[in-house]
Design a protein. Structure first.
Lengths: 345, 268, 406
């Protein structure tokens, strides 16, 4: 062999190893995770790290909403209120009961999940606007309850929520907190992805389209509606808890009001309702847009309004929907081509 | 031997209107049963009561394979092997053709969240197996080429086949078809007939169909049940029904001449 | 799957790249970040007033020749936005001083951030106690703490009207804290419990059933609180249901907002509230300020939020003047400059400006040192309607430890 060939051999070996790895379903996720690990190093200051943390939390929130609304088609205007329950539960557990973040987070997530499942019960009989009203009522009740309860800080807010502590290190800088929220966001997206590509995801989609036909096809509609609400509530509760423990550890009922809920809805709609990556794209997009408009606060609402209108007009399925349609067409064309090829042999 | 589907005393009142009154019928295994009658005679109500869409009034009894399924949830009934199609088709337009069928496979591959998350090898294998089965089914109904196409882009005829396929995906013992031939051209009615008979032969089905298109009913059914104003007015072989005066009156009123009527029925 | 990841990664990277702007911080410029509630009409004006005052410094050569740059952002009175703005000021804009916020629920979390980042912060109008009770060495406030407000009117009324107090209030922060402070003061000082206490939704329109109950109990004082529209409603309905005028009405400083007398009309006559400023203050500085606001913003009678905003601007100017010679204003000296400015604030004693109370700060991280204005005044409405009038009833001066327990 020539020197060149000998040198090229390990390179070729590495390439073929990469190819083999790329074939494995988890490859994409692994790469993404590794890439995300380095993201804080790319940004230049603590404020941008704060934005990254915010995006990660919003991803959890939006992916959760996409599961119940985008995939299962159940309107849940109470999604953010459930996040509030997660946030306040986590806050109280970690301040008044001395729990560490590592216990408060899962407990808060679970409590929010249970409440969320209960919120799902009206969905058995109600659809569309009626379900929206019912969940809205529940959402406002939660917010008002918090606002009048002194134990929860009422309308002053609840503060001094401790950050996560690992081996004596307080993770209260935004860069450090990133390594708490980012893995959770990635895990959450992976879980959503897996669920939605499974028979559970198909059941959700069927229910979204036509509950009667779904039932006739053997799907226990109530069970799956409840499951959708439960899963999305777990996401909401987790996001709420993460928001509570992020520096400076202060939450207020207005952080979970209707205006903010509409922002979360916008994330999912613009990102792609029902598209697996809709929540992720939307969360990043809307958070960044909010950042760009920060200096032009007079125009903030106009810009958001414009986004809503433009999305509805040109991309009603959001960015994700657009990608989905392209992929579906491509798959169909490929299948046809494969068939034709097969016919020709 | 007990009949596959036993209905007795089936009654349904909507307020002042009696949609079905004390209906009794037995469908034997392997039969093709037709249910006919003028509009408003209770055919759709019959379907909806049997499949659990509406609750039946007290005193009604529906037994399927010996089990009491009266007033059970629609999905429970479906899971016991009783599949149905809808007049309005109700296919899942935003899912692909094969996904529509995969929804119907729910009974076979229900692996829960744990399975979904950790994507164990046997789960993936199960998905592949079911997919292959569904492709075969699609091939059988002639939609294999469209497997990855969004169902919303199918023509109306193709959609009907898809609806049929979705019902078949559940591997039912009894298949209930709600006006499958409505609005089809004579050529397509023939094709539908062929497909239904082929499915029956291949998968050992029992079929109950509600229909207005007499040609299909007369050609395919072993027994025909005739309803009028919520009551059963006749039941028997196609020939018997053809000549039954009660049936003729129900459909056409008493004024028409017998000869004309018979001519009409024969042309079906 | 691989393609999708690539596409997504590209999207996210592009987004981040677009938003990553190198923080351009010029040398030799004093940067001030202001986060206020800007989208409400009055809020906008307070912001313009304060920013205007500070920007005017540049017309006269700045501070020791250094230019002053004011960055004004809106926080919509929500903690989330206030926190985001503060983070941006500190990390991206690299400000030397933060002015904010209007609402206490925004200021409180900001205090934690500025304390940790070691950036001086001054709040113009937040009255909640926790702002200065957290022990931060970096917070100052021009606004009088609600503790003082409560003590002022509670004491006056206990001595002049009576100790039987009935409370009617709403769920918002302003309403709740007013009542809590009042009840606490009455309990601690006079060992007296409320005769009646009822809370309703801030959006409620009808308080009559609770007011009727109050009427039957014959209290000495009716303490009512909430946002200005709730106050107007309660005071109007109190008269409607027949609570006699001899029952003293007292409310929180929100009663000083123009909508209250304008909407409630003559029902507002006799209503007492404690505030930091009243537009009928005869002192020349006060009248000059009132005229300024009338000419520039067409507001006939500026309430105490106007005055406190203006006062904050003046205090900031004073602090900057004191710090000026020592400021280096380079990237490397950022921490040092922030400390210098903080110390300059702490050195201000007995500053007499537009508000009648003198503003004094000192270095300890305690409320005594950080609550600049400890002299609210008692005001009473003498006329309602569009051209409402009020008069100053009393001023109370506190010794440094009045009412404050460790």
């Amino acid at each position: 062999m020539t020197t060149g060939q000998r040198a090229a051999a390990p390179v070729r070996g590495a390439v073929s190893l990469l190819r083999a790895a790329a074939a494995h379903p988890a490859y994409g996720w692994g790469t993404a995770f590794v890439a995300l690990l380095g993201l804080p190093l790319l940004v230049s200051n603590g404020y941008q790290q704060y934005l990254l943390d915010l995006i990660m939390i919003n991803i959890v929130l939006a992916v959760g909403l996409n599961i119940v609304k985008g995939f299962a088609g159940q309107v849940n205007v109470g999604h953010l209120a459930i996040a509030a329950i997660g946030a306040y539960t986590s806050a109280v557990l970690s301040t008044k009961f001395g729990m560490t973040f590592w216990f408060a987070l899962p407990l808060a997530t679970l409590s929010a999940g249970i409440v969320g499942a209960v919120v799902g019960v009206p969905s058995f009989r109600l659809e569309g606007a009626y379900l929206a009203l019912a969940t809205l009522g529940l959402a406002e009740s939660v917010r008002i309850f918090i606002a009048v309860t002194d134990y929860l800080g009422a309308s002053i807010g609840y503060g001094d929520i401790p950050p996560p502590i690992i081996a004596g290190w307080r993770l209260d800088s935004y860069a450090a907190y990133y390594y708490v929220v980012m893995p959770i966001a990635v895990a959450g997206t992976y879980i959503a992805f897996s669920i939605l590509h499974s028979d559970i995801g198909r059941a959700f989609k069927a229910i979204r389209e036509d509950t009667l036909a779904a039932a006739a096809a053997g799907i226990a509609v109530r069970k799956y509606k409840l499951l959708a609400f439960l899963i999305s509530a777990l996401y909401a509760g987790c996001a709420g808890s993460l928001a509570a423990h992020m520096a400076p550890g202060f939450i207020h009922p207005d952080d979970f009001n209707l205006t903010r809920m509409i922002t979360v809805i916008l994330m999912v709609v613009a990102g792609g309702l029902g598209h697996v990556w809709g929540g992720v794209i939307g969360a990043a997009l809307i958070t960044l847009i909010a950042e760009w408009t920060r200096s032009y606060y007079q125009y903030e609402f106009i810009i958001f309004g414009l986004i809503v209108v433009l999305t509805m007009m040109y991309m009603p399925r959001g960015i994700g929907g657009y990608i989905d349609r392209r992929l579906a067409t491509r798959r169909f064309v490929a299948q046809r081509r494969g068939k034709t090829a097969a016919n020709m042999t | 031997m007990t009949a596959l589907l036993e209905i007795s005393g089936l009654t349904k009142r909507f307020g002042g209107l009696t949609a079905l009154s004390n209906l009794s019928m037995k469908v034997e295994e392997g039969e093709i049963r037709g249910v006919i009658g003028p509009n408003g005679s209770g055919k759709s109500t019959l379907f909806n009561l049997v499949t659990g869409v509406y609750p039946a009034d007290p005193g009604s009894l529906v037994r399927f394979r010996g089990e009491n399924i009266t007033n059970r949830e629609p999905h429970e009934i479906a899971q016991r092997g009783l599949a149905r199609t809808f007049q309005l088709l109700r296919i899942f337009v935003e899912m692909t053709v094969i996904e529509n069928l995969l929804v119907g496979c729910h009974r076979q591959i229900s692996y829960g969240i744990g399975g979904a998350l950790f994507g164990a090898a046997n789960v993936r294998a199960a998905e592949r197996r079911v997919r292959a089965e569904m492709l075969e089914l699609l091939d059988f109904v002639g939609l294999a080429d469209f497997a990855e196409m969004p169902a919303g882009e199918l023509s109306i005829g193709q959609r009907r086949l898809l609806a049929l396929g979705r019902a078949m995906a559940m591997k039912p013992t009894l298949l209930m078809l709600d006006e499958p031939a409505a609005g089809l051209s004579p050529v397509n009615v023939d094709k539908l007939l062929e497909t239904v008979l082929a499915l029956k032969a291949r998968y050992g089905l029992t079929v109950v169909l509600v229909e207005h298109v007499m040609k299909l009913v007369m050609a395919s059914c072993d027994v025909i049940t005739v309803l009028d104003h919520g009551e059963k007015i006749a039941e028997g072989s196609p020939d018997a029904i053809r000549d039954d005066h009660g049936v003729i009156e129900a459909y056409l009123g008493k004024e028409m001449q017998d000869a004309e009527v018979r001519a009409f029925l024969r042309s079906a | 799957m691989l393609r999708l990841t690539t596409v997504l990664a590209a999207l996210v990277a592009a987004g981040m790249a677009f938003s990553i702007r190198p923080a351009s911080a010029e040398d030799g410029v004093i940067r001030i970040g202001m986060t206020l509630r800007m989208i409400v009409e009055n809020g906008l004006k307070y912001g313009q007033l304060t920013a205007g005052e500070l920007n005017a410094l540049n017309d006269s050569g700045g501070i020791d020749g250094h230019k002053v740059q004011v960055i004004l952002l809106d926080d919509e009175c929500t903690a989330q936005k206030g926190v985001a703005n503060t983070n941006r000021f500190i990390e991206q804009d690299k400000v030397h001083l933060i002015i904010g916020s209007i609402c206490s629920s925004v200021t409180i979390p900001m205090v934690d951030i500025t304390a940790r980042a070691q950036v001086p912060q001054i709040s113009p109008t937040s009255t909640a106690r926790p702002v200065t009770e957290k022990g931060s060495a970096w917070i100052f406030r021009t606004a009088a703490s609600e503790r003082y407000f409560a003590a002022v009117h509670a004491k006056y009324l206990a001595e002049n009207a009576g100790k039987k107090v009935a409370y009617m209030y709403t769920t918002d922060a302003a309403g709740t804290s007013f009542v809590t402070q009042y009840q606490q003061f009455m309990k601690d000082t006079y060992q007296v419990d409320p005769v009646f206490s009822a809370q309703q939704q801030e959006t409620d329109l009808d308080f009559r059933s609770n007011l009727l109950k109050i009427k039957s109990l014959n209290p000495d004082v009716l303490a009512l609180a909430g946002q200005s529209d709730a106050i107007a409603r309660i005071v109007t309905q109190a008269l409607e249901v027949g609570i006699p005028r001899k029952v003293a009405r007292v409310s929180a400083s929100a009663a000083s907002n123009a909508p209250v007398p304008e909407t409630a009309g003559d029902a507002v006559i006799g209503l007492i509230f404690s505030a930091a400023f009243v537009c009928t203050d005869p002192r020349p500085e006060a009248q000059a300020f009132v005229k300024l606001v009338q000419d520039k913003y067409q507001v006939r009678c500026p309430d105490h939020d106007w005055a406190q905003s203006y006062e904050t601007a003046q205090i900031v100017k004073e602090a900057l003047k004191r710090a000026g010679p020592k400021l280096k204003l380079t990237d490397a000296s950022l921490a040092e400059d922030r400390t210098t400015i903080r110390d300059a604030f702490a050195s201000i004693q007995d500053y007499q400006g537009v508000v009648p109370g003198k503003i004094s700060f000192c270095a300890d991280p305690t409320p005594q040192c950080r609550d600049g204005n400890r002299t609210p005044i008692l005001v009473q409405y003498t006329k309602g309607g569009k051209d409402y009038e009020m008069k100053q009833l009393a001023t109370v001066t506190f010794d440094p430890d009045f009412g404050l327990k460790k």
